[in-house]
Design a protein around this ligand. Sequence first.
Ligand code: TRP
Ligand code: SF4
Length: 400
Amino acid sequence: MFPDRVVSGMRPTGTLHLGHYHGALKNWVKMQSELPCLFFVADWHALTTHYDDPSIIEKSTWDMLIDWLAAGVDPAKATLFIQSKVPEHAELHLLLSMATPLGWLERVPTYKDQQEKLADRDLATYGFLGYPLLQAADVLIYRASLVPVGEDQIPHIEMMREIARRFNHIYGKEKGFEEKAQEAVNKLGGKRAKTYEELRTAYQERGDEAALEQAKALLEEAQSLSTEDRERLLGYLVGSRKQILTEPQARLTEASRLPGLDGQKMSKSYGNAIGLREDRESVVKKMRTMPTDPARVRRTDPGNPDKCPVWQLHKVYSDEQTKDWVVKGCTSAGIGCLECKQPVIDAVLKEQEPMRERAQKYLDDPSLMRAIVADGCDKARKLAQETMRDVREVMGLSYK
Ligand code: TRP
Ligand code: SF4
């Protein structure tokens, strides 16, 4: 009905690390070649938890955008923008809030989790409760079908699906829907119209799924139908509602989670991270001094790769041959730890090289990036306005 579209966002956290690259950005870069993608900086979402610290938002936003471009997000393929520059997100958030039961928001697991985790902040706020609803607006406003996210975000996607379903149920009830649908059936023409009616009956009376599929195919093929009539007839097949918002699906990021220098999940707050475009000397130094299997006190002590964070990095960065070499060399004390680290150090530097290069262009001339983002904001805004026109209309706000 609506073209497949991908939407995802990140809160502005400042410069990113290689964990963000392996956990999210690599996936974005892959998807941008497959489908139309919109990627945005969720600056309002940052304010839901850090409303008392607005000074960091703007710099974090630009730093993060440079990192996206450095990672290979390509503005010629994907649309990059800043959430607050498309105020329609806020309008949809408000309108959705009218029909969103409080219980849905209170039950989202991140609500209590984050309140406990960020205990130093007062998160008993209206804005924080609305976090997932704002996120729903971010996605639904583009009628996106796919949302690449990590596992922790699945409940948010579930909730936005419910929100879309409920919205269509309440507001998809078009005045005179049955009559308009009947007129559209007539427009299909004698034989086709008859087949459509038969298939619809087969599905509605006997739950015949094959008939439903056949009817959808029939509508695809009926070229003379207007988009509106096609949407009506699709809705008429399954019930008596027009589909105004699309129910999106989560696209889980492949589980290639990059461990940090100490073997725990890579995170800025654990101090175990390697920056996406950290300079070479600093990367080499961090990796040369990173811990290894504590049992290898002397060079002659054999080690166990499973107890070593360097081995976890080999699992991400090394080929089979190198990994063989590590296991044999480590368990027999045949290689030293510095020697063992070298292939990983080389691989990380090699991965970062094109990122540093791409970033340099934007660091030298920040106006380039601002132009990309201004253009992205315009494009996103046009799409958002299209949806808002429909939303306002069904909610009685079109004032024609
Ligand atoms: N909540 C997301 C996170 O913390 C960020 C986000 C905001 C988002 N809006 C979104 C992600 C819309 C996907 C789609 O990672
Ligand atoms: Fe770790 Fe390699 Fe040293 Fe073994 S040889 S302890 S895997 S760094």
